[in-house]
Ligand binder design. Structure first.
Ligand SMILES: [Zn+2]
Length: 464
């Protein structure tokens, strides 16, 4: 009798433990099937891969069958015949300038800025303008698989608000410049605004608030030093345009006795929270300074080409291991926010400029839109690759279009053949913001209507 009892208990214990151990862990979302491009340190590619997501985080990465054995999801996104990539990272924008898209083309930076952009901004930029332009830019970016962007403009608090509502990740900085702008009329006002802004957003899941002095030629040494001090106090990133044109290099050299990067290093401005946009002109010594201080660099090939600013020494920067990410710059100088074009252009521009087709390969170009861009924004511990523990920022992209057929190499296909319009589904911080090309957090028709209403206003304002 006693023996039977023990047998029965053992039997039930076995059944019970089987039940416990075979039970799948519940998660919110699984993306399953297709080619998974992780961009982790080993650059692992997983055919028929899958990603398990719980809340905002990636909790497992593996083959579809491995993930299916361990996890049960509330929602599953089928990625068969598709490619699953880390969300793209646009390291330099002025997002509300989407409303100035095509306002004037084919001019150099100084003429373009002083004759068109600065007057158009003075007459049109209000908080409402900024909100409308931001929504337009956000919708365009989500459609193209961009999940994080780095911005500097005015009314940045409204930009942060729209960005958070749309569920997009942003490193956002209020522009500080030594002349009156639409929101802040003095340097002191801009500094107070920036401090309030950083304190308001610093613990937000999606928004990384930053300080954004415009450039060494528009902000005095004294003010740059104050900004660096404030960024130390707030532990905030600093976004700045650096060495965009030859004219800036000669003006700064004349005024301060050093080229822009060397000058910023000399005044103690650079550190590992700095994000420098453009850096078209930097010599070997300056590149070593950028490396030494851990500065992130935003390379904007199309904007630099369109304004004929020059060609940044990207192959040299990459061989020195600098943190270079790609950016579109504002849509007024580009004229879009399309990271796929930037990848393709970056790869080709540096080949033709150096006369060496081996520089900036497809993998390196893709890296500059993902993990290296994350390094440029000092966010590599959170984003830029599909790895356990990182935020779930992921794009699912069609991979069977005619223009992608046949396919021999994943990175080649991504960089040289794939278009923004191939992006099908986008997840940011674990939230699906576009599903099968339908935007879930933004109203596309409303965005177009309000943007077109501003077009009429801008035309009228410039003729007055
Ligand atoms: Zn810019």
């Amino acid at each position: 009798m006693e023996k039977l009892k023990i047998l029965l208990i053992t039997f039930f214990l076995l059944i019970f433990s089987q039940l416990i151990f075979s039970q799948k862990k519940p998660v919110d979302l699984i993306v399953s099937g297709g080619t998974l491009v992780t961009m982790n340190a080993q650059k692992r590619l997983i055919e028929n891969g899958a990603v398990a997501i719980e809340k905002s985080e990636i909790v497992a990465v593996g083959t579809a069958s491995e993930i299916a054995q361990k996890f049960a999801a509330k929602q599953t996104i089928d990625a068969q015949n598709k490619v699953v990539i880390p969300g793209l990272i646009n390291t330099h924008t002025h997002i509300p300038m989407s409303l100035f898209r095509g306002i004037s083309d084919d001019l150099d930076l100084q003429e373009w800025l002083t004759k068109y952009i600065f007057p158009a901004e003075a007459k049109n930029v209000t908080e409402d303008f900024v909100r409308v332009g931001t929504r337009l830019g956000l919708a365009e970016m989500i459609r193209g698989g961009t999940t994080t962007y780095c911005d500097m403009y005015y009314f940045e608090d409204a930009i942060a608000d729209e960005t958070a509502k749309a569920g997009v990740r942003g490193v956002l900085g209020e522009t500080i410049i030594d002349f009156p702008v639409p929101d802040n009329k003095t340097h002191e006002e801009a500094m107070r605004y920036s401090e309030r802004f950083v304190n308001k957003w610093k613990n937000h899941q999606l928004i990384v608030p930053a300080l954004a002095p415009h450039a060494p030629y528009t902000v005095s040494t004294e003010h740059l030093k104050q900004i660096r001090k404030l960024s130390d106090k707030l532990n905030a990133a600093v976004v700045i345009h650096v060495a965009e044109t030859q004219k800036e290099v000669s003006d700064i050299s004349k005024q301060y006795g050093s080229r822009p990067v060397a000058y910023l290093a000399k005044i103690g401005f650079l550190n590992n929270r700095t994000i420098a946009a453009h850096v078209v002109f930097s010599d070997d010594e300056e590149m070593d300074l950028l490396k030494k201080f851990g500065v992130g660099i935003a390379h904007n090939p199309q904007s630099n080409m369109k304004l004929a600013s020059g060609v940044a020494p990207i192959p040299q920067m990459l061989s020195k291991g600098l943190a270079v990410g790609l950016g579109t710059d504002g849509a007024a100088s580009n004229n879009d926010l399309n990271m796929w074009e930037e990848m393709d252009t970056a790869a080709k521009l540096h080949k033709v400029f150096s006369g060496d087709p081996k520089v900036v390969g497809a993998m390196q170009a893709f890296e500059m839109a993902t993990i290296r861009a994350a390094r440029a924004l000092h966010l590599e511990n959170l984003i830029g690759s599909i790895e356990t523990g990182k935020r779930a920022d992921i794009a699912v992209v069609d991979f069977d279009g005619l223009h992608q057929t046949p396919r021999f190499n994943v990175y080649s296909s991504l960089v040289y053949s794939t278009k923004a319009s191939d992006v099908r589904t986008v997840i940011i911080n674990g939230r699906v913001v576009m599903l099968n090309r339908r935007l879930l957090t933004l109203d596309e028709n409303d965005i177009k209507n309000t943007a077109n209403a501003y077009r009429r206003k801008i035309i009228t304002s410039l003729s007055q």
